[in-house]
Design a protein around this ligand. Structure first.
Ligand SMILES: NC(=O)c1ccc[n+]([C@@H]2O[C@H](COP(=O)([O-])OP(=O)(O)OC[C@H]3O[C@@H](n4cnc5c(N)ncnc54)[C@H](O)[C@@H]3O)[C@@H](O)[C@H]2O)c1
Ligand SMILES: N[C@@H](CCO)C(=O)O
Ligand code: NA
Length: 434
């Protein structure tokens, strides 16, 4: 049978990795897919020194790939929301299947893209968009299709986890580690997407849609980054038996769906608390399977290419299936999505780590305890340190039981109003993940 012809748009980290994996593993890929896969055209702006593309036709116009009549599948690896959106919509319009690693594009424009793909009977595959080399989309969409999924939580940004790990293990400075992550090809074109949690929120939005059968709603995700984390909190968390990870959490409750990305304390003995460096992990809790954990490289040239190529194989295998009978893009049939609302962060529930800086006066602890107990907030553990030499202030660290965010906000305002409490109270969320 004739090979399936694909066009790669963007020959950077992921595009280069995809080209190399397709070439190196061509024979095995063909044995799996049932047909060979031929890169018939590459759109690029500059050569990738890690790829030998001799003999492959090139262009500098991505739209030439989308309109190339010989091409069956367009692989979008340029990134961004604007040209990428136009490119993907045009490829679909021309009846081409699309594979993309672009989570920003899917999280923000996915509803429009999938509607158009459905109209045209083509596939848009996006495994590489979430957690790099981990086949987590496939695991949730297909492997866990028998479950009612209760929640999922994941370390889903490689750059951020690499920064946190290097800071904790080697005491390295934030900016220094970020530069290394950029050099290794892990970071987004705009690295604030990584450190401020936007990239993780894009991925969480996608995971929540396929887990709960809801439309993509990136604008409703709550996002908090890691750039303001202090080593004091990392160390106190450690002393209390926790690790701080930048976690995305999506949980289904009767009132609605929690969708939030923020630094989170996790008990240090959990597997997910020990996921370090560029590695990612996603825990999914289903009513039948219980908790499952998916682990692997979250970014990088070949791990991400692994997912792009797996999607390509899926597309090739599905070419002969009736479009109505394919695995739906968002795991649930498009006309069976639910309108269960996404909750505002104030309505989300969590346990909290609070760090209070108090004057070294007797009775402060009793005042703090009474503010919390008057509001029905129970204390799980408390740690009071000696007065710090430089300012004479006593750091008081406590972990609460689970409460609604609105309740803790109100308690924090009352704590900050105490005469003996200095500055703002540091607040971090705590998840047990069982
Ligand atoms: N790097 C990773 O580890 C990783 C992992 C998962 C997903 N992604 C996603 O994959 C996509 C690509 O990321 P990357 O890390 O490979 O980025 P990159 O910057 O290394 O590569 C993008 C390439 O596209 C080229 N390009 C951009 N606009 C173009 C245009 N109009 N025409 C032709 N070429 C164009 C650039 O010159 C560059 O070489 C992004 O959506 C990113 O979020 C990256
Ligand atoms: N910048 C992303 C790439 C993988 O999606 C990360 O660091 O996780
Ligand atoms: Na993946």
């Amino acid at each position: 049978m004739k090979p399936v012809k694909v066009g790669i748009c963007g020959l950077g980290t992921v595009g280069g990795g995809t080209f190399n994996v397709l070439k190196r593993n061509a024979e095995e890929i063909a044995r799996r897919a049932g047909r060979g896969i031929e890169v018939a055209q590459i759109a690029l702006r500059s050569q990738n020194p890690q790829c030998d593309i001799t003999g492959t036709p090139i262009t500098n116009d991505v739209f030439a790939v989308a309109s190339n009549p010989d091409i069956d599948v367009v692989i979008e690896l340029i990134g961004g929301y604007t040209i990428a959106r136009d490119l993907v919509l045009q490829a679909i319009d021309n009846g081409k299947h699309v594979v993309t690693a672009n989570k920003a594009l899917i999280a923000v424009h996915g509803n429009e893209i999938f509607a158009k793909a459905r109209e045209k009977g083509v596939i848009v595959a996006f495994e590489a968009a979430v957690a790099g080399g981990i086949p987590v989309i496939k695991a949730i969409r297909e492997g866990l299709a028998g479950n009612r999924i209760n929640w999922l939580a994941g370390i889903i940004n490689g750059t951020g986890n690499f920064i946190l790990s290097e800071m904790r293990e080697k005491g390295r400075a934030f900016d220094d580690v970020l530069k290394e992550a950029q050099a290794l090809g892990y970071a987004e074109a705009d690295p604030t997407f990584d450190v401020e949690g936007i990239d993780a929120a894009h991925k969480l939005t996608i995971l929540a849609s396929i887990a709960f059968g809801i439309p993509l709603q990136f604008d409703k995700a709550y996002t908090e980054g890691i750039s303001k984390l202090t080593s004091a909190d990392v160390n106190y968390a450690e002393a209390l038996g926790y690790r701080i990870k930048h976690l995305g959490v999506a949980r289904r409750t009767d009132a609605g769906i929690e969708l939030r990305v923020h630094p989170t304390l996790i008990p240090a003995d959990r597997l997910i608390a020990n996921v370090n460096g560029v590695m990612n992990a996603v825990m999914v809790n289903g009513d039948a399977a219980g908790s499952t954990l998916f682990y692997g490289a979250g970014a990088g040239m070949e791990p991400t290419a692994s997912s792009v190529v797996a999607d390509l194989v899926d597309v090739v295998r599905a070419l002969t299936t009736d479009p109505e009978n394919r695995v739906p893009h968002l795991a649930f049939q498009p006309d069976a999505l639910s309108d269960h609302p996404i909750l505002a962060i104030e309505a989300c529930e969590s346990a909290y780590y609070l760090r209070i800086q108090a004057k070294d006066h007797p009775g402060v602890l009793a005042q703090v305890a009474s503010i919390l107990s008057e509001r029905g907030i129970n204390i799980e553990s408390i740690m009071q340190k000696e007065a710090e030499e430089h300012d004479g202030l006593v750091p008081m660290i406590l972990v609460t039981h689970r409460v609604r965010e609105a309740q803790i906000n109100e308690a924090i305002s009352a704590l900050e109003a105490l005469n003996d409490v200095v500055g703002s109270v540091v607040r971090l969320r705590v998840e047990q993940l069982v």
